[in-house]
Design a protein around this ligand. Structure first.
Ligand code: ARG
Ligand code: GLU
Length: 713
């Protein structure tokens, strides 16, 4: 018994959140502030977030696509009174790409607006400020009972949420959004102000902004100058407004001061921003499925297509421009998930979760009320998960193979519009718009090569290769001349535009007979046959997970639980710290420009260094931004818990000054989306000193430095 209690306590301790783990809610920081102070913070919870006073969080922004304003794809911060915003290079890359052409190749050469008139607007991204956040669980759950069906429960909740959102939006003129927390057990309202005119001010060449490319992505040591500067514009009354020549720079009542001093290991770091998704509270069987089933599908399919695309990019400069951003997003998830499955295995997360579930079972059996509430939960959940896993695997396989073919993906979207109730005119407008986007960065040869590989990948992986898909066979697709895609009307942009510009109901025959549309029809059918049961099962899974989360919070009542990331505003904290990735290897927490020069000698394609940077490095011309040993820091590591969406998140020192920008995690620790491990989970930040050096010495954009407030002792 004593042994049992000791081991129970041991696990409890291991389960309770340790310093560094967690993405916390700004309005509940009182629970963390003691610990944060012990770790070195000099601020109060109100200095960080308080809707009624100047606070750091009001200088933090989320980056959004204007057509999806609640889904923050990156984070950033305001760094001048005239609305300058800093984020990562990879967050702004699509904007840089939109303004680039072979003549004005800003991707390769970088871009710096030497005055405000030259700042590049008309972009499809915006930034949002969090104006308020509050717990609305009681209102959302009004009318919900434990005896309701899942369907009815969701209906009541969704209707309550819509009412709250409209009420708040109507009364404030701001955007209100209610999100679910703790696996649908709690609901919090976020109120945002969204600025839609955000212009490109400056970006380094991609050889700096993405130095190390996919070779170094998710890897330490890292030397990437991953930053881009934007400026928010507003109307003459300083209010959000659509892009217009009349708009003026946003007058920011609050902006971050910059600490350009040298940092040291052990220094306190705090991070704010919009982490996208984590799943920290899954049961063992769901983690096992991620590690052994889902991640391997993505890793295998993407790894192969990336190789193909990169070869084409190297051979052809126009393919390089068209596919830079596409390949980055494919490669990013590919490498991350490979790190994740390895990390989960190395840290024996499934085994640890099984042990934890054993404790929960013991806890349930010890009490009749608990038995009534949770008696068969774990077994029922596991049973349903097996059903869900089967469908999710099949769906993932199609998503990662057929729908990663650009042409098939486009056909699928077009088919959906054609089948919708829209008028012919609406259909024409929508499709022609898509075609324009599609051909702007499409290369048929690349797509043919990727698609044929994907078809093979699908057939190898599906359990019973179906005798459908227009009788296509992997071998046949491999012959470039007879590749199916070449036979489609979409292979010829002129033909495609003429068909869809003149589309009427009657043209649908021509489209139906097109070989790739016909193939896509079969894929879409198969896909929707999977989607329906998957959705049904997912609803049950969500409900099991809600109750499983409840069980964990009740069973381990003394532990601190942070809610999973869900694209809402969060605060994370930790320290600057190196780590030991493997036995006998110790990684230091800072990299320097000297390391960039070392890498560039390695003759790796991703390690190209602009001559100007080499010269500045050779001359040690680092201005006031160099370290005591006259080196220049590029990146540093800290122990904050972050995930995708945290890119561009400001890293603060103990006084709330900006010291860096988060942009990545170390590969050994990407498992932190499912389980944070303090030994190996580290986030990677770009040091703000490198940013200042680059703007000042490389870009010669001194006027921007003059706009910022740099803290002197
Ligand atoms: N891994 C980082 C993130 O998830 C950086 C991605 C961009 N950089 C790159 N080399 N692909 O977004
Ligand atoms: N690069 C990621 C992003 O775009 C952040 C890194 C991470 O996933 O931690 O948000």
């Amino acid at each position: 018994m004593k042994r049992l209690i000791t081991s129970f306590l041991g696990i409890l301790l291991a389960l309770s959140v340790r310093a560094n783990e967690g993405m916390w809610l700004p309005f509940l920081l009182e629970n963390n502030i003691g610990e944060m102070s012990e770790m070195g913070l000099h601020l109060t919870a109100d200095d960080i977030y308080n809707i009624n006073q100047q606070c750091l969080s009001s200088a933090v922004v989320g980056f959004v696509d204007l057509d999806r304003p609640y889904s923050h794809f990156c984070s950033g911060s305001v760094i001048s009174a005239q609305g300058l915003v800093i984020t990562n290079h990879h967050c702004g890359l699509s904007v840089v790409q939109q303004h680039s052409s072979l003549e004005n190749d800003y991707i390769t050469n970088g871009f710096w607006a030497m005055n405000q008139a030259d700042e590049l607007g008309g972009n499809d991204i915006g930034v949002c400020f969090l104006r308020r956040m509050e717990d609305v669980t009681a209102q959302v759950l009004e009318g919900v009972s434990d005896t309701m069906t899942i369907k009815r429960r969701n209906e009541v909740i969704n209707s309550n949420i819509s009412q709250i959102e409209s009420r708040v939006s109507d009364s404030t003129g701001l955007k209100a959004h209610v999100d679910a927390f703790y696996c649908n057990n709690e609901y919090y309202l976020s109120v945002y102000e969204i600025f839609e005119d955000v212009r490109l001010v400056g970006t380094p060449p991609i050889s700096v902004g993405k130095f190390g490319g996919d070779t170094d992505n998710w890897v330490w040591p890292r030397h990437t100058g991953d930053f881009t500067i934007f400026r928010i514009y507003a109307d003459s009354l300083n209010r959000p407004a659509k892009y217009s020549a009349e708009n003026v720079p946003y007058r920011a009542s609050n902006y971050l001061k910059i600490n350009a001093k040298e940092k040291h290991e052990g220094d306190f770091v705090m991070l704010m921003g919009y982490p996208g998704t984590t799943n920290e509270y899954l049961p063992s069987f769901a983690v096992a499925a991620t590690q052994d089933v889902y991640d391997p599908i993505v890793v295998s399919a993407r790894g192969k297509s990336i190789d193909i695309i990169k070869e084409r990019m190297r051979a052809d400069k126009s393919v390089m421009i068209k596919y830079t951003s596409k390949v980055a997003s494919l490669a990013n998830a590919w490498k991350k998930l490979d790190g994740e499955r390895r990390g989960l295995a190395a840290k024996r997360v499934v085994e640890k979760k099984i042990e934890r579930e054993r404790l929960m079972r013991d806890w349930i059996v010890a009490d009749t009320l608990r038995q009534a509430k949770y008696g068969t939960l774990l077994d029922d959940y596991a049973k349903e998960y097996a059903v869900y896993q089967k469908y999710r695997r099949l769906k993932l396989l199609i998503d990662e193979t057929f729908y990663k073919s650009e042409m098939i993906d486009l056909c699928s979207d077009i088919r959906a519009v054609l089948q919708s109730n829209s008028t012919d005119e609406e259909k024409r407008t929508k499709i022609v718009g898509w075609l324009r986007d599609f051909y702007a960065d499409y290369d048929l040869e690349t797509d043919c090569a990727v698609t044929s590989m994907m078809v093979c990948e699908y057939f190898v992986n599906c359990d019973n290769p179906p005798v459908l898909f227009k009788g296509i066979k992997c071998e046949n697709m491999k012959n470039p001349d007879s590749n199916l895609l070449r036979k489609s009307l979409l292979a010829d942009s002129t033909k495609a535009f003429s068909v869809f510009k003149n589309y009427t109901e009657k043209s649908s025959k021509k489209i139906e007979n097109d070989i790739v549309f016909a193939l896509t029809a079969e894929i879409d059918d198969k896909y929707s046959n999977i989607k329906t049961p998957l959705q049904k099962s997912l609803k049950k899974i969500d409900d099991f997970q809600r109750r499983f989360m409840q069980l964990q919070r009740e069973c381990f009542a003394d532990a601190r639980f942070f809610p999973d990331a869900n694209s809402t505003f969060r605060v994370a904290y930790g320290q600057i710290s190196g780590y030991r990735p493997t036995d006998a290897v110790s990684n230091a927490p800072f990299t320097t420009l000297g390391g960039v020069i070392e890498k560039c000698d390695l003759d790796v394609y991703d390690y190209t260094v602009p001559d100007r940077l080499k010269q500045l490095s050779a001359a040690r011309d680092f201005g006031p931004y160099c370290n005591a040993d006259s080196s220049l820091t590029v990146c540093f590591l800290s122990t904050c818990h972050t995930t995708g969406g945290n890119s561009g998140s400001p890293a603060f020192d103990a006084d709330g000054n900006l010291i860096g920008l988060n942009f990545d995690r170390v590969w050994e620790g990407t498992m932190s989306d499912l389980q944070f491990d303090a030994d190996i989970c580290r986030n990677i930040c770009l040091d703000v000193r490198f940013v200042l050096f680059f703007i000042d010495k490389y870009a010669g954009a001194r006027h921007l430095i003059d706009e910022m407030e740099i803290v002197k002792d």
